[in-house]
Design a protein around this ligand. Sequence first.
Ligand code: NAD
Length: 449
Amino acid sequence: MLTVLNPATEEPLAELEQAGLEETDAAVARAKAAFPAWRAIAPADRARLLRRLATLVEEHGEELARIESRNVGKPIAGARAEIGMVAQVFHFYAGAVDKHYGETIPVAGGVDVTFREPLGVVGLIVPWNFPLNIASWKLGPALATGNTVVLKPAELTPLSALRLAELALAAGIPDGVVNVLVGKGSVVGARLVEHPDVAKIGFTGSTEVGRTVMEGAAATIKRVTLELGGKSANLVFADADLEQAAAAAPYAVFDNAGQDCCARSRILVERSAYDRFLDLLVAATRAVKVGDPEDDATEMGPLISASHRETVASFVQDEPLFRGETPNGRGFWYPCTLVEASNSDRIAREEVFGPVAAVIPFADEEEAVRLANDTPYGLSGSIWTRDGARALRVARALESGVLSVNSNSSVRVSTPFGGMKQSGFGRELGMHALDGYSEVKNVYLATDA
Ligand code: NAD
């Protein structure tokens, strides 16, 4: 049995049966059996079913947000926004079903057309930090393009995915199209990766497990999309609006208690503005409201588990520049922490996945780009400057898949999201995600007599 906890109270929320190999094979078989009818459904009807699911998510928004808030320990205000995005994702892909078409290509002697074919059964493996949100980024395009799915939520946070499977059935999506399996990554996840009837793995998680998934997928030449870790830079140039950059910086790394693949956990600051920025940053970090996730005003909750808190704490050996407050008593709390560092320190090289930011000075634009790129990761990042040409020059030079200028917000339903380097490959969200869940088929039809 799996005991699911509330990380803010350490109270159990549910006891769940875990699937094993047999249940995984049965779920894949159900998805395989459901595939022919689901791919054949008229596009407008498939769109209508996804639209209905989106509407049900909206109608059950508060319930889903509470589930997510209790299971992840995330502030309820953030959880509401995430569930709002889940509904928007299904609305977007409902609208995309009949807008992802093939081409006609000029050739001699006939007609050449391309089709976008679904892959079949796809395995979706997701982490615990944004459980339903990240699941929807995969479910939306996978279902829109006519695939059936087996979704494996993280062991720590399976509750919202289980509720979504019920809503999918209530929306009228046929039995077998959306299957959710609660179980261990090393059992259920690994089985999905090796299963010959699974055509693709859409994976979000650590770079370490992503590597295992990629290796395992090689045996059956399975398609993979990998959304992995990050160590993103927040570049603050001296000519930026320093007040605005400093006010925003804490939320770019302490949101979701730093358990965010896009966390701008390296704050790189031009030396001439360093002291002034640091004062502003400390003041802004002190203002982050840490506490009960169920309180509407709370901005940061606890970490996901006791063992994760140990890992996060191991990064802060010396007295930090700033350490915030946490509630007393039960819960896996860890304070907002700012550390002055150099880019070669462990804290600047490894993903902490907790509320710890490394502040690092740089001399000029050339050094800023070099330090920002000096990491195996390449997921996200921000550039703060009033110089528009510099903003674009630096954005082009950064080895990172998702960037924002004078903002830390770079994830939107309609725009592509994904990493470079060891942050993975493939793109989620927007129309780009549809390419990852379909295959281009080319057909030549001779018309010459
Ligand atoms: P994780 O890699 O430990 O687990 C992710 C998922 O993989 C879980 O469902 C887990 O059960 C499963 N899994 C574990 N071993 C497996 C195996 N051998 N085969 C198949 N599946 C297996 O990651 P986590 O701790 O849940 O999440 C945190 C990590 O996720 C961080 O590194 C974070 O950066 C990353 N992340 C990336 C993105 C992104 O979009 N790039 C988004 C969120 C989180």
